[in-house]
Design a protein around this ligand. Structure first.
Ligand code: SAT
Ligand code: MN
Length: 597
């Protein structure tokens, strides 16, 4: 094969993989709308896509994955570093040479009968100092279409791909087609490997076509590889939304927030305020890259250009801006198909449609046991279609961050909101995030697991070193210039199992208190865990919450918290003596403060 661009390093890499994967042909993606339309039509022809009703949802497609390929596969995800300690106890590790041998034999001939697509892409605005380029090779046209929505990709990016300074992303669904084979509606392989080689900035993904397993710019590059680069270079690559809050005086502050997958990041990022005069705009819903600006403040960009959001539960009531974003030019995967050629999922409308085709391609009617949409079904939409994108969302300089939120899905223990005493304590709060498991990854739902900084599945190196990195970031600038750190929990329940907090648009009440804390305009009381809102500073009296439930939202149960410290201690112990002393000190100080409660 003779793949040729003016980047010799790229040519050599592509040609070598062409020889290994043995596709029938090769296509260098230009990122044009024409190219997208041609690939989408091809996907319609092969049965992967169904075009939605043009009157209802123009230029949009419906897709069902293989029922075994519906989420990230964390137990098949590897960080391969020379030294196992560099991957750490929270990652799967294998020796890079051994892994390369295994992968080379899996990739050998894996693209037979298919086209190899080469996608030059940029995470972050083109030419920004914060951005980084990559090239993904894939045999899935579905992935090409998704990458077109989720990243800046194609011809324009080629100019920014210099020498060997790009992340090499190789992906295959792992289903070669022998002569005469008919392609499946969704091809994948039972054997899956999502493998990262941070030391050589490369990713090899085999066997899955879904989400973060296959759109390699997202979790694999923008989090796992980028977190490794960020540690080396003194910046932050985080699993965080970015939003702007504006007060009635027109003053604006930017917040970043880390929450585990499927804990409402997209809803929070697009929140419709229920307080007149207060307003939220969106910069990003999943990933934040943050670097220090010349003024010593942290500036964030959203490296993506689209949203890959969880569909179920999304409605005009819960997230009108997401619903408006997906009116056209969108891809829907594993939701249900209506008789009128549109999409539906649980929670989209109060009235369930009379008849649907569900995500498993079965006829579905209200009352049947099977779900209409898979709990991890997704919409893929261009961010620019969101009516509340912040005007600065593509600013190459990023937006200045005043606040960092840490949150999880917790039925008990964790109050609605509290503030860290300082950066070190805030780093401790990030490190102790735990959350009930959602459908975003394979595994048992609802089980509480530690998910520090919401990065457990996404940190490309030893998590204890990552904690150290966060502590050291706090020393790189004047403490006053650092964002203030807060913990939030929208999911606390009362003893009858009912959510204590309405969430969604009313979360602005919490954001308002936080905003005013930054300006020292809101009152707080010190507690053993951090600063809590002074009872009247966070307005809830006009909500349908009983005084008892209101108290429970902020109640610090000594026994629950002591149990929490035991669980933190156990979690920390998995890192042996690598856990930073400062965090051990914070844990000790918390225990002391609790003991006198
Ligand atoms: O990793 S995905 O992009 O598939 C979704 C998620 O877990 O947030
Ligand atoms: Mn995510």
């Amino acid at each position: 094969m003779n793949f040729s661009t003016n980047n010799a390093h790229l040519n050599q890499w592509v040609n070598q993989l062409f020889d290994l994967c043995k596709p029938d042909s090769i296509h260098l993606c230009d990122g044009s709308d024409d190219e997208y339309n041609i690939l989408a039509s091809l996907l319609v022809k092969t049965g992967t896509f169904i075009k939605l009703n043009e009157d209802k949802r123009p230029n949009s497609y419906y897709c069902q994955s293989d029922p075994t390929d519906v989420a990230r596969v964390e137990d098949r995800t590897f960080i391969c570093t020379d030294n196992p300690e560099d991957a750490g106890p929270t990652n799967n590790w294998m020796n890079p040479d051994e892994m390369k041998t295994k992968l080379t034999s899996l990739f050998n001939g894996c693209m037979k009968g298919r086209t190899m697509y080469v996608i030059p892409f940029s995470m972050g605005p083109l030419g920004s100092k914060i951005s980084y380029t990559g090239v993904q090779i894939t045999d899935s046209p579905y992935v090409v279409c998704s990458m077109k929505i989720m990243t800046r990709m194609g011809k324009e990016v080629m100019k920014f791909i210099e020498g060997s300074k790009f992340v090499k992303c190789l992906h295959s669904v792992g289903k070669p087609l022998n002569h005469g084979d008919k392609d499946a509606k969704w091809s994948c392989n039972e054997e899956k490997y999502i493998v990262h080689f941070p030391e050589e900035k490369s990713i090899w993904s085999f066997g899955s076509g879904y989400g973060g397993n296959a759109l390699l710019g997202k979790k694999c590059f923008a989090l796992r590889i980028a977190s490794y680069l960020a540690k080396k270079e003194g910046w932050l690559a985080e699993h965080m939304l970015i939003l702007a809050v504006t007060n009635p005086k027109g003053e604006k502050k930017y917040f970043a927030g880390a929450f585990p997958s499927a804990c409402g990041k997209t809803n929070l990022a697009m929140l419709t305020s229920t307080i007149p005069g207060w307003n939220v705009e969106t910069v990003g819903d999943d990933i934040a890259w943050m670097k220090f600006g010349d003024d010593g403040r942290l500036y964030a960009v959203n490296p993506e250009t689209g949203f890959f959001g969880v569909a179920p539960g999304t409605s005009i009531d819960t997230n009108p801006n997401a619903m408006l974003s997906m009116r056209q030019n969108s891809i829907f995967t594993n939701v249900a198909l209506t008789q009128g050629g549109d999409v539906w999922w649980e929670g989209m409308t109060k009235q369930e449609p009379d008849e649907l085709i569900n995500w498993l391609n079965h006829k579905w009617m209200p009352g049947v046991k099977e779900r209409a949409a898979h709990p991890n079904s997704r919409y893929t939409v261009p961010a620019k279609q969101c009516p509340v994108m912040d005007p600065e969302w593509e600013n190459p300089a990023g937006v200045p961050i005043s606040v960092i939120l840490f949150g999880g899905r917790r039925e008990k223990t964790i109050p609605l909101v509290y503030e860290a005493f300082n950066w070190q304590h805030g780093t401790f709060l990030g490190s102790i995030i735990a959350s009930e498991k959602t459908a975003a990854a394979d595994g048992e739902l609802g089980k509480l697991r530690h998910d520090p900084f919401a990065m457990l599945p996404f940190c490309g190196y030893n998590m204890a070193d990552y904690f150290n990195h966060w502590l050291s970031i706090g020393k790189l600038t004047d403490a006053k210039k650092l964002p203030k750190i807060f913990s939030v929990n929208w999911f606390r329940k009362n003893s009858e199992g009912k959510y204590l907090w309405p969430g969604f648009g009313d979360n602005i009440r919490v954001l308002k208190w936080i905003f005013e804390r930054i300006d020292d305009d809101a009152a707080a009381v010190e507690s053993p865990i951090g600063y809590l809102p002074y009872p009247k500073a966070l307005k809830v009296d006009d909500l349908d919450i009983s005084p008892q439930d209101r108290d429970e939202l902020f109640y610090i149960d000594k026994n629950e918290w002591l149990n929490e410290t035991i669980s933190i201690e156990r979690f920390y112990s998995t890192f042996g003596n690598k856990i930073p002393n400062q965090l051990i000190e914070e844990l000790g100080a918390l225990k002391n403060r609790l003991s006198i409660l």
